[in-house]
Design a protein around this ligand. Sequence first.
Ligand SMILES: *[C@@H]1O[C@H](CO)[C@@H](O)[C@H](O)[C@H]1NC(C)=O
Ligand SMILES: *[C@@H]1O[C@H](CO)[C@@H](O)[C@H](O)[C@H]1NC(C)=O
Ligand SMILES: *[C@@H]1O[C@H](CO)[C@@H](O)[C@H](O)[C@H]1NC(C)=O
Ligand SMILES: *[C@@H]1O[C@H](CO)[C@@H](O)[C@H](O)[C@H]1NC(C)=O
Ligand SMILES: *[C@@H]1O[C@H](CO)[C@@H](O)[C@H](O)[C@H]1NC(C)=O
Ligand SMILES: *[C@@H]1O[C@H](CO)[C@@H](O)[C@H](O)[C@H]1NC(C)=O
Ligand SMILES: *[C@@H]1O[C@H](CO)[C@@H](O)[C@H](O)[C@H]1NC(C)=O
Length: 353
Amino acid sequence: MELSSVLPCKGCISWQGLLVTAFLWSCGPLSTSAQPTIESVPPIIPEGGSVLLLVHNLPENLRSLFWYKGMIVSNNFEVARHIITMNSSVLGPAHNGGETVYSNGSLLLHNVTWKDTGLYTLRTLNHRGVLLTGLFLMASSLSPCCNPLNSSQLMIQPIPQYAAEGESVLLQVHNLPEDLQAFSWYKSMHSALVLKIVEYSRAMNSTTWGSAHSRREAVYTNGSLMLQDVTEEDAGMYTLEILNRDFKIDKADVHLHVNKPVKHPFIQVTNTILTLHSSVVLTCLSAGTGISFRWIFNNQSLQLTERMTLSPTKCQLSIDPIMREDVGEYKCQVSNPVSTKTSLPVSLAVMNK
Ligand SMILES: *[C@@H]1O[C@H](CO)[C@@H](O)[C@H](O)[C@H]1NC(C)=O
Ligand SMILES: *[C@@H]1O[C@H](CO)[C@@H](O)[C@H](O)[C@H]1NC(C)=O
Ligand SMILES: *[C@@H]1O[C@H](CO)[C@@H](O)[C@H](O)[C@H]1NC(C)=O
Ligand SMILES: *[C@@H]1O[C@H](CO)[C@@H](O)[C@H](O)[C@H]1NC(C)=O
Ligand SMILES: *[C@@H]1O[C@H](CO)[C@@H](O)[C@H](O)[C@H]1NC(C)=O
Ligand SMILES: *[C@@H]1O[C@H](CO)[C@@H](O)[C@H](O)[C@H]1NC(C)=O
Ligand SMILES: *[C@@H]1O[C@H](CO)[C@@H](O)[C@H](O)[C@H]1NC(C)=O
């Protein structure tokens, strides 16, 4: 069953946690311990609900851990910290009153609204150094009751939903009231800074550009905003605010996704000529964030056996012990929502002892 089909229609917005893989540490030097990952529980949350950002594989001998809103790891953006040695939790300047951090690292967000969307970064500190892991909470419009053709609610649909850098995106507005007085578009630079892009007054039939205007936008009287030649910096939250005839304000938000096409990955391998029953580690290297990995064996999707292990982000494949049936050609494939690229093949051979 689709998760979205059981969502209540409240607010017509739901939130979704997306693991930001390969965030800073991607697949670096081989690490013996598993790296932490963050999961949003539940994966989809109705507006006003609670979400637990559950941390798995917390590093050992941890001294402290910190949660930040956004990717800037500085005191101003700290949501909360937990000092393990003292078993004490402290909220930071970026908290909004609805967060709890647990001694196992997990962060609970109560009463989520669109203001809570964005990147959450976990920083862990032990004697071996600092590790950053991220989770992106985004607004998703998966809910079928949010079908714009079937609702009177003001809403925005990005076309296309996932844009590659350099493309144009139309933020199409549905159900704009006929008798509105004015509307404005805003861009959230980060959780604390919201800037105006443009304001349109119907009475004056006039358009006034704001400080977040990049000269690559066009606005239409039906409310829609066109963004041309988008870059990754354009990604983020956009808000449309309208002033109705009776001076009531209505708002709708949308998250714009912009991705660079992924770079060609390549495979790093410990050894390509192996002794039977020895082990091998293949690492797929690719720059960028939000990438997913897939392995290909002899031009077919790799079928995992019990002798194979994938790292949490799947960028690393270990085979132990190696058998004759593992001999062949390996490739890795990396994808993001706008592109897919495959590495050159690496051939593994087995020699007799
Ligand atoms: C840490 O404190 C919490 C309550 O604040 C308590 O429930 C927990 O058992 C403590 N953990 C340790 C390891 O002392
Ligand atoms: C961490 O603690 C929270 C609250 O007690 C709990 O819900 C969660 O399951 C714990 N996480 C792990 C990984 O044990
Ligand atoms: C959630 O937010 C709403 C509106 O801000 C408030 O009225 C309500 O009390 C909050 N609920 C909780 C459990 O914090
Ligand atoms: C419109 O909404 C109703 C319930 O509000 C639902 O039964 C119906 O399937 C929806 N139609 C579409 C096209 O989403
Ligand atoms: C508003 O102004 C635009 C040009 O700026 C014009 O094309 C359009 O017809 C005007 N609309 C109305 C309703 O006057
Ligand atoms: C609004 O106008 C733009 C430009 O003319 C058009 O592409 C878009 O489809 C219109 N949106 C709606 C909901 O009609
Ligand atoms: C995989 O496909 C490529 C291109 O079609 C071909 O050159 C290569 O020999 C194939 N490899 C295997 C192991 O089948």
